[in-house]
Design a binder for this molecule. Structure first.
Ligand code: ADP
Ligand code: MG
Length: 385
């Protein structure tokens, strides 16, 4: 079946002026479900189209089942692609849409009927086979697009944002269906999305991209627990990780943030400059009433409490003007609230706590990050220490 290997894969446009994909190395195992995720414009579609053979390759190779396919025409790569807009033929029925690729390949009618009926059963489309796409809901059209891919029994499915045009509820439902479909068919799948929640729920491994470059390729758990750099740390997780500017102490078992000293769970590797970015996820930031704590801790005032039962997202304005909060680079994590806070971004952090354990608006609090969950990054290059 279908393993896919990318070696130094690159794509430039405009005679080299635009580098859309930069030297990507990636291996996708046979039967694996891998997600490519990153902000809009980071090169996901270009990568997928090069794998499918719909886009010429500027450098490097694409291997399918151990064979370089750079020069193999798209129709001979045995790969089925599903696009965001589904690209259904409006004048054909659902049955004709699903059967179309097989008819082009001159399959015998009996084999076509068998495969179309099989796909219709798997995708629950049996009662819709005689309708036209215009008579279907968005979710049903998405299923038809999947049906067209399934009947080909391809080596791999390439799905380019197949859920992005659907409303939130349907998206969650079809996301689960895609997962089940993969378990059932076991076909190698690359699923592209800009939504990190979708990526983290679907992928056995997730490749995170920024500006044409692969940032990290790992299991969802590894991406969450051990992001390799500031970009991944800021992109994965919602609300996004807090990044505080800090300095590493002499024995590296504590960091200085403004006037506060934060103990670390384990001694840190030395940063090049001694300057570090201290990363703490909102769910790893606790608090205590301000009166109870000695000096030398981070303190602040509750600026905003957004309750999304059973949790609350709490925005804290830091008291110490020398404590600086850095903004995540391109951190477009979906669903991050706190847009309503009037406190400058460089002075506020966010906490995610059970709603019943949230501090009150205006309350003075001491922040207690979990030392074991603090992540440090080099302040210059952004690499994890
Ligand atoms: P994504 O799918 O991650 O949103 P794309 O792969 O579509 O990103 O695009 C990656 C980059 O390549 C973008 O900067 C985009 O503007 C550029 N690009 C894509 N297609 C072309 C093209 N045909 N000509 C010039 N630039 C392009
Ligand atoms: Mg795209």
């Amino acid at each position: 079946m279908g393993s896919i290997v990318l070696r130094d894969l690159s794509k430039t446009y405009g005679g080299g002026a635009i580098a859309a994909v930069k030297s990507v190395n990636l291996e996708i195992g046979d039967g694996e479900f891998v997600v490519f995720v990153g902000p809009s414009g980071c090169g996901k579609s270009t990568l997928l189209r090069m794998i499918a053979g719909l886009e010429s390759i500027s450098g490097g190779t694409v291997e399918i089942n151990g064979k370089v396919v750079n020069e193999v025409a798209s129709r001979n790569r045995d790969i089925a692609m599903v696009f965001q807009n589904y690209a259904l033929y409006p004048t054909m029925t659902v049955r004709q849409n699903i059967a179309f690729a097989l008819e082009l390949r001159k399959f015998p009618q009996a084999a076509i009927d068998e495969r179309v009926n099989e796909a219709a059963r798997i995708l629950d489309l049996k009662d819709l086979l005689d309708r036209k796409p215009g008579q279907l809901s968005g979710g049903q059209r998405q299923r038809v697009a999947m049906g067209r891919a399934i009947v080909r029994h391809p080596q791999a499915f390439l799905l380019d944002e197949p859920l992005s045009n659907l409303d939130a509820k349907l998206r969650v439902q079809l996301r689960a269906e895609l997962g089940r479909l993969h378990q059932r068919l076991g076909v190698t799948t690359i699923h592209v999305t800009h939504d990190q929640v979708e990526a983290m729920t679907l992928g056995s491994r997730v490749a995170v991209f920024s500006r044409g470059t692969l940032q990290q390729y790992d299991t969802p758990q590894k991406l969450y627990d051990a992001p390799k750099n500031l970009f991944v740390a800021g992109f994965i997780g919602s609300p996004a990780m807090n990044f505080l500017e800090g300095a590493l102490g002499g024995n590296a078992d504590a960091v200085q943030i403004g006037a506060a000293t934060i103990r670390l769970g384990a001694p840190a590797a030395a940063a090049q400059s001694g300057r570090v970015v201290v990363g703490v996820r909102p769910e790893h930031l606790g608090w205590r009433p301000w009166e109870e704590v000695p000096s030398g801790v981070l303190t602040g005032t509750v600026d905003l409490v957004e309750t999304i039962e059973p949790e609350a997202y709490v925005t804290i304005a830091l008291d110490d003007p020398s404590a600086r909060v850095r903004q995540a680079d391109e951190a477009v994590s979906s669903g991050t609230p706190n847009g309503a806070s009037a406190v400058p971004a460089a002075q506020r952090v966010q906490m995610r706590v059970p709603a019943r354990a949230a501090p009150a608006l205006g309350q003075k609090v001491a922040l207690t990050p979990d030392p074991e969950r603090i992540r440090l990054f080099d302040a210059t290059g952004g690499a994890a220490l």
